[in-house]
Design a protein around this ligand. Structure first.
Ligand code: 6R9
Length: 649
């Protein structure tokens, strides 16, 4: 844990109960919520067993939870199911094949709708194509795609045959793709020539070409033609998606998988070292995402649901693909940027498709506020009935703007707290069951034993700060870090015995509402994306002119946190502005554009403790332009601090 103080300065007293009209239609009202929460507390296994009946199992389970090998949970042991069958075949078999599954809009304005029947047939063809390429159950497949329906098709095709997908966000660099290929020992990469972003084509295939120079385990690469750009196709390795599926049969029965069969790996940043491959398995994950999607979004058959995340993040996995499709919902998917061609693109999409549920991130909301109310006000947003937020704490003022300007004062807001590791939403309002408070994710969902505790693991008194933990296993929890059980144990389970450590600080108010305050480790939250200060430091130190680097976050009105790098140079290297630009570009090449430093500052030395640890607390204060309040008695050389401050002036 870092030295960040967990103190909360938020004092927010406004409350917003759902309207009587919303409550009248809701799936889980206050009474039902209390009943579920009480049941889950009294009899967790019985509660989860009953919920799991909502999935289609080809073989029933024998044991609900096996927690004998802590912290590696096994859920619904002995049961078999297939995620792709649950997301597709089941709805088609129930006569809902003609319902729209994906309503997609490309950035240039092209659009496509795939019904459940059509999506099933695309998935089957592609699954057969993967089999023809030699993909087998248990193989790892990297997916590096733009936001097009084929990204979902590729994921579901893997699930259908039991291959584990590892989706890499399209904004990551070639080096980042190679690292993930190598860690997972991927056999195949699925990509596109490119994808549209802000009117330009992101060269995905060219990045893959560079990555594959350093990815010895990858044998084949499938390329979808999205943008009609010229790409190099390496003979014997690269194949076009359209050639593969042209001859493929649309008949590919979903293979029953054990409940604990791995469904996917998703890499995320931790406080140390390289990104971790968070592993999720089939039964528990699918239950977690479908149940929370149903409860939190109060989903009805006629809803048009839009989550603006990218499938490269967990939010895209759980709330664009698996959760909503498992519930048979109509999902809007958009390829590009929110300000292309103009700043009203999202509102145009909501009006065009009559979106009823809209789920986005605080960083996007802050950008909308900056762009001005005229953009949403120029469109008919009356179809909206529920709004969601995810990725970072939402500032109360951004919440109020979202509520008034986008929600017209009538839509409940679900502020959903969860993580890549938790798989599904953990703390959130059930919109028809609880009054919301701007900035609070309210209470843990029924079945989720989240608490705020002190360093010893004791619950803290009302309004005191503490660490957010989860005291009981839950079905969609991660099972391990791929290939590194030890790191899984030490990262999440070594702070408190048998208790999951989230690395977030929080407080619980006098009504039992939880206010998440952000990370207590060295993980930054830049525009809702997780980045480790260590990763950025490693990238910098990797540059031949850099001796040492310390990276901290600083408050940023739009991005939440900006990246500030304190760099000491090797002897004889001149600290020039050109070098600053070069170092920023170097980080982008190593990790991706999402990690571009906002500020590089050269310094002769970094503030350290006597044992040589960099004192980030001071650097954070300097980066934010604050006076340090903390204790500097352990600082090795107080002059360093004075000098860094002087440099700042
Ligand atoms: C889903 C997702 C997880 C971290 C998490 C926390 C922050 C996410 C939040 C929130 C406050 C919310 N976070 N949702 N903080 N309120 N509603 O974002 O997963 O990318 O793994 O990030 O994001 O700090 O620990 P992931």
């Amino acid at each position: 844990m870092s030295d960040k103080n967990i103190t909360s300065v938020l004092k927010e007293t406004r409350q917003f109960p759902p309207s009587a009209e919303f409550v009248a239609r809701t799936t889980v009202n206050a009474t039902e919520r209390d009943r579920l929460a009480e049941w889950a507390e009294r009899d967790p296994d019985g509660f989860w067993a009953e919920q799991a009946k909502s999935l289609h199992w080809t073989k029933p389970w024998d044991t609900v939870l096996d927690w004998s090998n802590v912290p590696h949970a096994k859920w619904f042991v002995g049961g078999q199911l297939n995620a792709s069958d649950n997301c597709l075949d089941r709805h088609v078999a129930a006569g809902r094949g003609n319902k729209a599954a994906l309503v997609w809009e490309g950035e240039p304005g092209d659009s496509r709708t795939l019904t459940y029947q059509q999506l099933l047939s695309e998935v089957c063809k592609f699954a057969n194509a993967l089999k023809a390429l030699g993909v087998e159950k248990g193989d790892r497949i990297t997916i590096y795609m733009p936001m097009i329906p084929e990204a979902a098709v590729a994921m579901l095709a893997c699930a259908r045959i039991g291959a584990m997908h590892s989706v890499v966000f399209g904004g990551f660099s070639a080096d980042a793709v190679a690292d993930r290929n190598n860690d997972a020992k991927s056999k195949l990469v699925i990509t596109a020539d490119g994808g549209w972003r802000r009117g330009k084509v992101v060269p995905l295939k060219a990045n893959v070409d560079a990555a594959l120079e350093k990815s010895p385990t990858v044998e084949k690469c499938v390329v979808f033609n999205r943008c009609n750009t010229a790409v190099e196709m390496k003979a014997g390795r690269d194949v076009w998606w359209h050639d593969l599926v042209a001859g493929a049969s649309a008949d590919c029965p979903a293979e029953p998988m054990d409940s604990e069969h791995p469904l996917f790996i998703l890499y995320t940043s931790g406080s140390t070292g390289k990104p971790k491959g968070v592993l999720h398995t089939t039964g528990g994950y699918l239950l977690g995402v479908s149940l929370t999607h149903k409860w939190v979004f109060d989903i009805k058959d006629d809803d048009v649901y839009w989550c603006t995340a990218d499938v490269g993040w967990i939010t895209g996995h759980s709330y664009i693909v698996y959760g909503p499709l498992c519930n048979g919902s109509t999902v809007v998917m958009y390829e590009g940027a929110p300000n292309q061609p103009r700043e009203d693109r999202f509102w145009e999409i909501i009006a065009k498709y009559r979106v009823t549920i809209f789920y986005t991130a605080p960083t996007a909301i802050r950008a909308f506020i900056k762009w001005g109310d005229q953009h949403p006000k120029g469109h008919d947003l009356s179809s909206l009935r529920l709004l969601g937020s995810v990725g970072e704490p939402i500032n109360p003022e951004a919440w109020m703007w979202y509520h008034n300007v986008i929600g017209g004062g009538r839509c409940p807001i679900v502020d959903t707290w969860w993580q890549t590791e938790t798989g599904a939403i953990m703390i959130s309002p059930l919109p028809g069951a609880i009054p919301t408070k701007p900035g609070s994710a309210t209470k843990p969902l029924p079945g989720i034993a989240a608490e705020v505790v002190d360093k010893q693991g004791h619950p803290v008194p009302a309004n005191a700060g503490g660490f957010l933990v989860v005291k009981r296993p839950w079905p969609s929890m991660m099972r391990t870090i791929y290939g590194d059980d030890e790191r899984y144990k030490s990262t999440y389970w070594s702070h408190y015995p048998n208790i999951y450590f989230t690395a977030d600080g929080a407080r619980r108010d006098e009504d039992g509402y939880i206010w998440v305050m952000g990370r207590v480790d060295d993980v930054l939250n830049v525009s809702g994306h997780r980045l480790s200060t260590m990763e950025v430091e490693s990238a910098l130190v990797h540059h031949p002119k850099v001796a040492e680097a310390a990276v901290v976050g600083k408050p940023d009105d739009l991005k939440g946190e900006g990246i500030v790098c304190f760099v000491t140079l090797k002897q004889g290297v001149a600290p020039t502005d050109e070098l600053k630009a070069e170092l920023k570009a170097h980080v982008v090449k190593d990790i991706g554009a999402l990690a571009r430093p906002d500020d590089v500052r050269f310094t002769d030395s970094l503030p350290k403790t006597r044992s040589g640890k960099i004192m980030r607390r001071f650097l954070r204060d300097i980066a934010a332009g604050r006076q340090s309040t903390g204790d500097a008695t352990t600082l090795e050389d107080l002059n360093v601090l004075a000098k860094l401050r002087a440099d700042d002036e």
